[in-house]
Design a protein around this ligand. Sequence first.
Ligand code: UMA
Ligand code: ADP
Length: 464
Amino acid sequence: MDVKGKRIGVYGYGITGQAVASALMAKGSIPVVFDDRNVESLSAKLEKQRDENGLEYHIGSWDATEHFASLSTLVISPGIWQDNPNLDVARRFGLETISEIEFAWRVGKGTVIAVTGSNGKSTTTALAGEIMKRAYAEKKGDVYVVGNIGSPYIGVAFNLKPEDVIVLEVSSFQLEAMPTFNPHIAIFTNITPDHLERHGTFENYAAIKRSLVSLMTEDDCVIYNFEDENLQPSMFPNSAPRYLGFTSAAQSFPELGAWLDNAEILADLGKGVVERYPQAMVKLKGLHNVENSMCALLACRLMGVQSGTIIEAVEGFQGFPHRIEFVRELGGVRWYNDSKATNPESTVTALRAFDEPIILIMGGRDKGTPLDALARLARSKAEKVVLFGEAADRFETEMRNIGFGNIERASNIEDIVKLVRRAATPGRIVLFSPACASFDMFSSFEERGNVFKGIVKNLPEVGV
Ligand code: UMA
Ligand code: ADP
């Protein structure tokens, strides 16, 4: 796709839009930026780019009918919904609208391993990236870990070589406008209801996810969760690629893929041998991380990585910050930060990862999602629950309704940590797994987790 000299629309000027605009300016095209926000920090940034690099911009209230006619393509950020009225204008004008991933795919080269799913995307992407980097250390290709994980694909796309590997986390938002994108390997960790406010129904959401495989051929491969009833091969819109399943539940496995047997991960890639990997190579907590490792393992074996390299990389993988992240041990108590748990399901996963008695810290902005499963599991696994933030009232009511009474409250993280420090006796796990969004008190789950970690790390060895 030749962009030189062209006027290309960039809708949304967050992490994605800024990366798209920078890449376009570097290639001699004129980005025309649109953003519905009009705040000082945004206009200052754009004004600077306009003066230094010739970028054009329209923010706050602007009229698409005035500006879209002169554009050759419109690249949208993931946060732009398909029912956005400005996209109707684009359609009326016959202006092609594509996601940033599609744009990067069109200009870039290399082999793509795409990772999607409702939970486990970032962990699986990061792990597959670590393995591929280790395997490619002495090869001529480079490995890039990009996408929804936080650094846009377009940031590297123009410089890619055919021998490079791109490990790409793809969200359902990005999948909405990717008509020609076609990965070599597609990983589906699982599908549970998420982002329904945007996709309307679970079926729509699942169908958008599954559309990732639409253009794959018999040379390509889909790695899917064998236990997930919404991810069975017959439900995908394309039967051409090979389908490899994974399961942490079954002891034997009728298909190709990976499964668990007596503390070993077994993998059959259809080459007539069943490979064996020690389950203990997975240092991260929880069976879900064994599943994430199976996904990464299968993908990297398909890419030709040696088993020994995979074992070394999985053993060395420390996980991703804010996902059941070990913070420190203090007086026989182990403290974990799981601030990325922004919904009850993630907190359920975290609770399942421990056998020890838990002091569970939850709260934040309530998403109104059902709490029954979480409350029941917390009753059986948590010794005490500490609540904070806007969700505290509803969480307390739900916990008390099912007969769990050891609940305390605090209004900020510092007070929570002090309270828990006094209550926790040796052998306990302290699990900061909020089950809620962070926006009532913080700008992101990262900030929330960093505040928690900072306070815990500063606790004195003795006293409170
Ligand atoms: N905007 C408009 N009009 C709109 C909506 C947004 O003008 O109708 C503007 C906003 O004013 C803002 C910009 O668009 O200036 C924000 O764009 P964005 O919401 O697409 O966010 P980015 O900063 O570009 O970050 C995006 C992803 N965000 C979303 O999908 C909402 C990031 O995923 C991703 O890491 C980043 O691109 C790099 O690829 C975040 C996320 O929450 C972490 N993802 C969801 C998830 O993981 O569940 C899908
Ligand atoms: P995502 O990028 O899809 O949000 P992450 O790897 O960031 O996924 O993990 C987010 C949370 O989801 C983790 O804290 C954990 O509780 C849960 N999780 C991770 N992997 C899985 C999995 N394979 N199945 C179910 N839950 C998972």
